[in-house]
Design a protein around this ligand. Structure first.
Ligand code: SF4
Length: 459
């Protein structure tokens, strides 16, 4: 599970989302079907085939000076499909199909390399998401990264993130991952209890977590993040407490915690539908928020700092997340792979969301983009404003300098509303969400959407 991306990373990639109900009064307490997590703006249902022309114009223009460039590669393979998963993943591809896919991704990058939008820029950050990037063999990974670097070098890259499923890691593979330049290893642990992992369809078990984490530590990765999900099926108070204790015992550089959601195309939803149930068999939103709150509190007691609605970091001075911060500040993201989302020169785009059309487009010498959208200046402002609010604080002067807009005026109504609900305060140049507001920020963000985007389906 996330974002971005094997799991719900903070900038989730190939997803299918619906918005949460807007407004305090409409708050849904039970967990029903739909996406809670806001990963982009405007919603994906507004990205259209007609927008591909804009995308083609965007890649044909030289870059906007000073805009950082990142690379995202979606590795859509997993050992098995988790019951809560809504990502574009395949569990049935053999080595030949996987090799063909990797070759296609490199060709895709070669095609981009010839376009003017790259200019003389170097890559600033790289992100391997999925699916499960660590599903690839050492040989596949080594060849893939060598070829990618041959097209667009990594010498000035500040961060390389790599998402892993613990059960796919051996010390040999971790060593190879370290050697190919990964600086931020993200382990999709989700839960430490074998029964909960099993009934939620996860492929790994607790002994694999311990082994993988220990090996990764020994290899000296600069940053190790672990992902957890609060409120998986059959989660209990006692087990969640144990998860927090085990997290503290591992002492990772950062901990990312998501609240369990049940999007439409998940196994859990399919089972709910068959049984005629509207409420998912997981804790309600209040309980999930409390569980994250308790985890954040325990992490803070242990010296961590809460840096966003989902993340706590052990040492703020040494821990960064370049991918998230650059993306939320409007960087260009060159996204490769099936169903990937990118953003180039002011235009959002998404690749073909099925395996064969994606690979075939590249074999035909075409870019596999199937829909796009160029947000207006106001939509770009909203996008950056809401994404940065997920950090819990936002500086008005940033938006004044970048967009020439006073956000206190532009968003006077929603700011006032959320302030009256008791979640937000304005202190000089800074807007701040308190902890309660931060823990439900994705619901609150809809207040800043343009009217036509509220309650939109994100598919
Ligand atoms: S199937 Fe599981 S491991 Fe694979 S992307 Fe989905 S949530 Fe992550």
């Amino acid at each position: 599970m996330p974002l971005g991306n094997e799991h719900m990373s903070e900038m989730s990639q190939p997803v299918d989302t619906t918005t949460a109900p807007s407004g305090q009064a409409a708050e849904e307490k039970r967990t029903t079907v739909g996406n809670y997590f806001v990963s982009n703006y405007p919603p994906f249902s507004f990205w259209k085939k007609e927008g591909v022309d804009d995308f083609e114009r965007a890649i044909a223009r030289p870059p906007e000076p000073g805009t950082p460039l990142g690379l995202y590669l979606h590795i859509p393979f997993c050992r098995k499909r988790c019951h809560f998963c809504y990502f574009r993943v395949y569990t049935d591809k053999n080595a030949a199909a996987i090799n063909g896919y990797l070759k296609a991704a490199v060709k895709e990058l070669e095609c981009y390399r010839r376009q003017p939008f790259i200019g003389d820029r170097s890559l600033d950050f790289v992100y391997f998401g999925g699916g499960t990037p660590s599903y690839l063999s050492v040989d596949q990974l080594t060849q893939l990264t060598q070829e990618l670097k041959g097209v667009l070098p990594w010498d000035r890259v500040r961060e390389v993130t790599f998402e892993c499923e613990p059960g796919t890691l051996t010390s040999h593979k971790l060593k190879a991952i370290r050697e190919l330049g990964v600086t931020r290893l993200s382990l999709g642990i989700e839960n430490f209890d074998d029964h909960i992992l099993e009934i939620n369809g996860r492929a790994h078990r607790s002994r694999e977590i311990e082994r993988a984490y220990g090996d990764a530590r020994e290899l000296g990765f600069p940053q190790i993040n672990i992902d957890l999900i609060a409120g998986m099926v059959e989660e209990t108070e006692e087990n969640w407490r144990r998860c927090i204790e085990k997290t503290l015992a591992l002492s990772p550089d950062s901990v990312t915690i998501y609240q369990m959601e049940v999007p439409y195309n998940t196994t859990i939803y399919k089972e709910m539908k068959e049984a005629g149930k509207l409420v998912a068999p997981v804790a309600d939103w209040e309980t999930k928020r409390r569980w994250v709150k308790e985890a954040f509190h325990a992490l803070e007691e242990a010296g961590y700092t809460v840096g966003s609605a989902y993340t706590a970091v052990k040492d703020k001075s040494k821990t960064s997340f370049v991918y998230r911060d650059q993306l939320w500040a409007g960087a260009d993201l060159l996204a490769l792979g099936v169903a990937s989302f990118g953003h180039i020169g002011g235009t959002h785009y998404q690749n073909q969301h099925d395996f064969e059309p994606y690979v075939n487009a590249i074999l035909d010498g075409k870019l596999p983009v199937y829909r796009g959208l160029t947000p207006s200046a106001d939509e770009r402002l909203i996008r950056e404003f809401i994404l940065q609010l997920k950090l819990g604080r936002s500086r008005c002067s940033y938006f004044n300098d970048k967009f020439g807009t006073d956000v206190l005026e532009r968003f006077a109504e929603p700011i006032d509303r959320i302030r009256k609900w008791g979640f937000l305060s304005v202190d000089g140049d800074e807007l701040r969400l308190n902890r309660e507001g931060l823990l439900q920020v994705d619901r609150l963000l809809h207040e800043f959407f343009l009217p036509e985007h509220r309650n939109a389906r994100y598919a």
